[in-house]
Design a protein around this ligand. Structure first.
Ligand code: AMP
Length: 247
C-alpha cells in the first residue's frame, strides 16, 4: 500500500517496505537544507518531522517564564542547555504518532544530546536507522539563510532569490505573511555557524564511527539532494534486513 500523502510515489512511500521503526537524524550546518529535506522524507515515510527549532519557537511564543528563557537563547543563536533540550525531545518522541518512527531535524546538536538519545532508545530496544549529513560550503549556507523567508502561520520556507513566493512576501501555501527569522540576521547567523562548528560538527565523526552516517552533497539542486537521500534511505533499510545487503 502506498502512502497517500506522498506525491513522489516512489519505493520509499510503499509502507509495506518501510513499515515502521524508521528513525533518522538530519545533520548539517544551519542553512544546509535539513528542514526542507526532513519534511519531504517524513511525508514519504509517513512519520512525523520533528524539528527542535520549530518546537522551541512555538513554546517561546507563550507568556511563561520558560518562554522568556527560551527567547533569550533563540535570539542569541546559542544552544538551549542539553538537559532541558533532551527532556523536550524525549517527551516528543514518546508520543503516539512517533511510535513507528520519526525524522529528527536539529537534534542532537551536542555529543551529550546524542549520547542521551542513544541511551533512551536502547532502553526501549531501539536504535537510530541512520544519520543523513547534508554537507555544504559555509558561504552557500550563509547565502541561503540571509535570503530565507518563513511563513508566520504554516512555517513553509521560501528564499528571495532561489525559491521566491508567487506574491511578494506572501506564503504560496496559506496566504499568510512571510517574515525573516530573527536569528537569520547576519550577526546571529555568524554566531550560529560558530556554535555549529564548536558544538555540533563533532557529531559527524561520532556517527561515522558507528557506521550509520550518510554524507550527501547538500549544495546540489533540491530535487537531486532528495533523490540521493531516497537512495541512501533505501540502502540503509535494505541492509537492515537479514540476508539483504544491496538493492
Ligand atoms: P533551528 O531551527 O534548528 O535552526 O534552531 C533554531 C535555534 O533553536 C538554535 O539556534 C538553538 O538556539 C535552538 N535549538 C534547536 N535545536 C536545538 C538543540 N538540539 N539543542 C540546543 N538548542 C537547539
Amino acid at each position: 500500500m502506498r502512502n497517500p500523502q506522498c506525491s513522489a510515489h516512489n519505493r520509499l512511500c510503499e509502507q509495506k517496505v518501510f513499515g515502521g521503526g524508521m528513525r533518522f537524524v538530519f545533520l548539517g550546518a544551519p542553512g544546509a537544507g535539513k528542514g526542507t529535506q526532513a519534511e519531504r522524507l517524513a511525508t514519504k515515510l509517513a512519520v512525523p518531522h520533528i524539528s527542535t527549532g520549530e518546537i522551541l519557537r512555538e513554546v517561546a511564543k507563550k507568556k511563561t517564564d520558560l518562554a522568556k528563557k527560551l527567547r533569550a537563547f533563540l535570539q542569541s543563536g546559542s544552544l538551549i542547555p542539553d538537559q532541558l533540550m533532551t527532556s523536550i525531545l524525549l517527551e516528543r518522541i514518546s508520543k503516539k504518532d512517533a511510535a513507528k518512527g520519526y525524522i529528527l531535524d536539529g537534534f542532537p546538536r551536542t555529543l551529550r544530546q546524542a549520547q542521551s538519545l542513544d541511551t533512551a532508545l536502547a532502553k526501549k530496544g531501539e536504535k537510530l536507522s541512520g544519520v543523513i549529513y547534508l554537507n555544504i560550503p559555509e558561504k552557500v549556507a550563509v547565502e541561503r539563510l540571509s535570503g530565507r523567508r518563513v511563513c508566520q502561520a504554516c512555517a513553509t520556507n521560501f528564499h528571495i532569490k532561489f525559491d521566491p513566493p508567487k506574491k511578494n512576501a506572501i506564503c504560496d501555501n496559506c496566504g499568510s505573511k512571510l517574515i525573516q527569522r530573527e536569528d537569520d540576521s547576519e550577526k546571529i547567523v555568524r554566531t550560529r555557524m560558530r556554535v555549529y562548528k564548536k558544538q555540533t560538527a563533532g557529531l559527524i565523526s561520532f556517527y561515522r564511527k558507528k557506521k550509520i552516517l550518510h554524507t550527501i552533497d547538500g549544495g546540489k539542486e533540491k530535487e537531486e539532494v532528495e533523490r540521493e537521500i531516497d537512495r541512501a534511505v533505501e540502502k540503509m533499510h535494505l541492509s537492515s534486513i537479514p540476508g539483504r545487503t544491496s538493492i
